[in-house]
Each structure stands twice: as C-alpha cells, then as structure tokens.
Design a protein around this ligand. Structure first.
Ligand code: FES
Ligand code: FES
Length: 158
C-alpha cells in the first residue's frame, strides 16, 4: 500500500493507503466519486474509460495508479470551462443530439477533445483514426463525426 498524489481536474488529490496497482478508472470512480468515466471492457479495447493524461487520451482501465503519480489527469467532469461554460464539443454533442443510451459518450468526447487539442481542423480521416478505438454499441458514429466537425468549425479546442 502507498500514498500517491496526482492532479485531477486541476485539483491536487492525495490517496492514502492505496494499492498502487489499482487502475486509475477505479480510483476516479470509487475513491474520488468521479463516475462520468465508465467501465466497459476493462481491457483497453472499448474506450468508454477514456480520460486525458497531460492532455493525451488514455485508457484509465488499464493504467495503474502508480503510473500517474505526480501527473495531471482530466476527466469528463473537468472538461468544461469555468462556471456553466461547456466545452465546444459538449455544445456540439447537444446540438447534434449525439447520444443514444449515452454509456460510451464521455469516452467519445474525451477522445475527440484530445484530437482537437492537437489538430484544430481534423480531416475526416483524422477523425476516423482518432476515434477508431471508441466503440458505440448504439452506433452513433455518424453523429459523433458530425459533432466533431461542427466543433472544429467553431474553433473546437477549449
Ligand atoms: S473500459 Fe477501458 S477501454 Fe474499455
Ligand atoms: S450511445 Fe449507447 S453505447 Fe454509445
């Protein structure tokens, strides 16, 4: 067991007496109460657990807590701006009515946000490549693409 400190959504969080091999996903959900990040496959294959590590999209279900010690994690709860201001992708998601059951959508938005952080005007191929690891059992892929394109046109990186 160990004490590990990391930054989550710009707040420093200290986790005491914790197994450092605990996957980040369960630290977020069970220890920090951030349940927007979802468990899907637990094997790094579906993307529902996607968060940002230093701005890069990562799978939190396969990332041991020890590997993020001292680093900065952003979850869907921390993506919006100050106050009620939504991230441009969140606005687009609402405008395009993207979700069906919604289960995969936090991970989808986090992958899309990481894409726009590094590529403000992605091509359709860029979008397909960046989003290829995010599975949606409801098949909302066309609306996801449309929402990413719309956010990019509005200057989508927050
Ligand atoms: S739950 Fe992490 S990739 Fe599926
Ligand atoms: S909206 Fe249902 S799994 Fe994607």
């Amino acid at each position: 067991m160990a004490t590990i400190t990391l930054t989550v959504n710009q707040a420093i969080r200290e986790l005491s007496d914790i197994d450092p091999t605990t996957p980040l996903l369960w630290v977020l959900r069970d220890h920090l109460g951030l349940v927007g990040t979802k468990f899907g496959c637990g094997k790094g294959l579906c993307g529902s657990c996607t968060v940002h590590l230093e701005g890069v999209a990562v799978r939190s279900c396969t990332m041991p807590l020890a590997s993020v010690a001292g680093r900065s994690v952003t979850t869907i709860e921390g993506l919006a701006g100050e106050g009620d201001e939504l991230h441009p992708l969140q606005e687009s998601w609402i405008e395009q009515d993207v979700p069906q059951c919604g289960y995969c959508q936090a991970g989808q938005i986090m992958s899309a946000a990481a894409l726009l952080n590094g590529n403000a005007k992605p091509s359709d191929d860029d979008i397909d490549t960046a989003m290829s690891g995010n599975i949606c059992r409801c098949g909302t892929y066309q609306r996801i693409r449309k929402a990413i394109r719309a956010a990019a046109e509005k200057g989508g990186a927050a």
